[in-house]
Each structure stands twice: as C-alpha cells, then as structure tokens.
Design a binder for this molecule. Structure first.
Ligand SMILES: [Mn+2]
Length: 359
C-alpha cells in the first residue's frame, strides 16, 4: 500500500474487508463530527458482523447522549487489551493520533491504520489516508465509506451523520458548506432525521452553568490590532465559580468572532494539567490555521487550535504576537494593548465594549 493522502472511500473499504476486530478512537474533547462520524461508522461495521470498540481519551459531552451507540463508548484507559490487539484502527476526524490519546508505538504495532479526515493539517499517519479538506465534515467521507462497504444507511446512522455535518458547518452556515453537504443532509432527512428537534438540542440548548460561564468569560473580552483581533479567557477559577466543565467551553470562541470589527478571534482555556488550549477563528481570508501551525498546532484556515505550556499571560503574548502578523498594516496602539490582562479583569480596570470604548 502506498501511504498518501490520495486514498478514497473504495480504498478504505478494500483495505478493511478482511479484518474482523476494529478499534475506533474519538479525538480528545470530541465534538459532534467526531462523535457522529465514529458512531455511524461503528454501526455500519457492526452491520457487517464486525467486532467494534469505540474509545474516548476524554469523556464525551453528555449533551450528545441521544446519539445511538453513545452509551457503548469506552474510556481509553479502561481498554481491556493493548491497541495492537485490534486488527484495524480507525481514526476519523483526527488530524494527529496524539489527539486520540494514541502514542507512536500504538500505531507502529498496529496491522492496519485507517485515517479518514478533512483537516488540511492531517499528518497522514495511516496505512490508508483518505484525507479530503473539501469535505465539510468527516461525516461526508464516512457516508462515502459506508456506501463503499455496501451497507445501507439506517435512521440511526443518519441521525449520527446529520449531527456531525450540522455541527461542523455551524448549522449549514459556515463556508465549508457545499452543495454536496446539502445533498447529504437531504438524504439524511429522507431517512427520518427531524432537523427541528435535533437542531434545538445541538445548537440552541445550554446549561445554566455554561451561560454563567459565557457571562464571566465576556468580562475578559479584549482587543488588539485596532479592534480586528479579539480574545477571551477561561481560567480554572472561572469554571469553578460557574460550576461549568471543560467541554462547555467548546464553541465559545464564536462569541468574540461575532463582533463586527473583528477578523480574528481566539479563546485561551486554562486546562487542569496547567497547559493552555488555544482555539482560533477567523473571517475573510485570514488564515488562523497557519497561526496554529506556527504555534505547534493545526486545523483549518478559519478554525484552528493548539495547546501551549506556560501561564495564561505567557501564552497570550505568544498567540498575540503570531496573530498580529496577519495585520502588518495595523499600527500598534490603543485599543491594541489596552485590554484587561487575562483572568484579572476586575483588578485590571479597562474592559472594552464591542464598539471599542471602555465600559
Ligand atoms: Mn470535523
């Protein structure tokens, strides 16, 4: 087999045909695409009589608990055998095996690693690499693989794929949405998916603690590059004060991005192990994937991320330094450096309103 990114859905189907035991691995802090794509693939492989185990390196968010098969997800650290004990390992929607909690040895010992992903930064770590950056969600590729396996989609698989596509496209609004995405959505609705109730759960339902966290987080809203960069911070203390969990931080980077003047936004999230997760978003042609890559992470042009060591303040200055390179023409100056220091908005008086004036 020639490893490369040029493999296709039929290549995947051919490669896995003789295998009987499969390990599917979610990426850490799994989102709707990771969960939906893997659960649909699990169900399709089970239909073919395969033995399938789906593992998660971090607990999947309970709000996705309605997805068929969700209760069968196993914590990676409770796995009853080594990863190499499976004939085939599937990594879906995962640009790097480290994100699934798998080490280089795990994959080196594996007989067959199938890598299905739509992140342009994908590390092409599989024996089969079906990498398609034009896919709006990995679910589009999973749909093609299921077809190549000769399995008919059922309503349960359709629900999983719909949640995957709908979350990765922000409810079919993001630029990654294509005619193909809508054709897939139409097929899934034909199979009985109800977009109203599903959309309400995945896009419009929040816990009280997560809204309290939004309220607290927005107090840290700060700007640079004349208002074209905005960022927010979530510290351990804020999570504790609000009774919120780390998975409730997912997607909150969308708040600073909403501001009309803003082209690039990011969120710094202090993690339990002392690292800081950085989520980056952009508008227009600003490539935050390149920013994330320069900081050791990866992702798409308009949505990317990385994890850095250091205090929140140290990480902030590194991320700011990189993001400011996207705006070479912007002079440094107010409100560029005037925002509050992360995590200490009360002490550090100035909080800037969306119109760029202190509030
Ligand atoms: Mn995805």
């Amino acid at each position: 087999m020639n490893p490369g990114r040029g493999d296709t859905a039929p290549d995947v189907a051919r490669a896995v045909g003789g295998c009987s035991s499969f390990l599917l691995a979610l990426h850490e802090f799994p989102d709707g695409d990771s969960l939906g794509s893997n659960l649909a693939m699990m169900r399709a492989l089970q239909r073919l009589g395969k033995s399938v185990t789906l593992v998660a390196p971090t607990p999947p968010p309970e709000r996705f608990g309605f997805l068929p098969g969700f209760q069968d997800i196993v914590a990676l650290d409770t796995l009853d055998r080594p990863v190499s004990g499976f004939e085939c390992i599937f990594l879906i929607d995962c640009s790097d095996p480290g994100r699934a909690g798998l080490g280089p040895d795990d994959l080196r010992q594996a007989e067959l690693v199938v890598n299905i992903d739509h992140h342009p930064s994908n590390a092409l770590f599989g024996h089969v690499n079906y990498v398609d950056p034009k896919a709006s969600a990995a679910a589009e590729q999973v749909r093609a693989v299921i077809a190549s396996l000769g399995v008919a989609l059922d309503r349960e698989m359709a629900l999983c794929l719909y949640v995957a596509v709908s979350t990765d496209t922000g409810g079919f609004r993001f630029e990654n949405t294509t005619a193909e995405t809508h054709r897939l959505a139409a097929e899934l609705l034909d199979l009985g998916v109800e977009p109203g109730p599903v959309g309400e759960i995945i896009h419009d339902t929040r816990t009280v603690s997560s809204l309290r966290l939004v309220q607290r987080m927005l107090q840290t809203l700060s700007f640079a590059a004349g208002g074209r960069i905005a960022w927010v911070v979530v510290t351990r203390r804020m999570l504790e004060e609000c009774g919120a969990t780390d998975d409730e931080v997912e997607g909150l980077v969308g708040y600073p991005r909403m501001i009309d003047s803003v082209d690039v936004s990011f969120l710094l999230q202090e993690m339990p192990d002392g690292a800081v997760r950085v989520a980056l978003r952009s508008k227009k042609d600003f490539d935050v994937g390149a920013v994330a890559a320069a900081l050791g992470g990866g992702g798409h042009r308009k949505a990317a991320g990385c994890v850095l060591r250091g205090t929140v303040e140290e990480v902030l200055s590194r991320v700011l330094e990189e993001t400011k390179k996207l705006f070479p023409e912007e002079p440094a100056g107010p409100p560029a450096e005037a925002g509050p220091r992360p995590g200490t908005p009360e002490e550090d008086a100035t909080v800037w309103s969306p119109c760029g004036r202190p509030v």
